[in-house]
Every structure is written in structure tokens, then in C-alpha cells.
Design a protein around this ligand. Structure first.
Ligand SMILES: [Zn+2]
Length: 54
């Protein structure tokens, strides 16, 4: 299965795990565009997405 992890660019925590590829904005909407771990507001350049086949 193709999945993607969205990682906080500040603390590196996995913010969201996507089972299906969808837009990052949709994924982050559930966290109000903030990292739930460190509370950092996430701009498009502040997080990383890693895609892996599992
Ligand atoms: Zn964070």
C-alpha cells in the first residue's frame, strides 16, 4: 500500500499518516495546520512528506 507520512519540520514528529494520497492541506486541516506535538504553526515549507510503499 502506498502511504505517506507528514513530518513536522521543527520537531520531526509524524503529524499525519495518509493511507491514500490526498492534498497536504486536507491532511493538515485536521490539526489546524499546527503540529500537535510542539504546537508550531506549519507553513508549506515547514513540514516534510515521505512517501513509501508498505
Ligand atoms: Zn512539531
Amino acid at each position: 500500500m502506498l502511504s505517506a507520512d507528514v513530518n513536522c519540520g521543527k520537531c520531526g514528529s509524524v503529524i499525519y499518516q495518509m493511507r491514500m494520497l490526498k492534498s497536504i492541506k486536507d491532511a493538515l486541516r485536521g490539526t489546524n495546520f499546527r503540529c500537535p506535538v510542539c504546537g508550531t504553526a506549519l507553513n508549506p515549507s515547514d513540514f516534510a512528506v515521505s512517501v513509501a510503499k508498505r
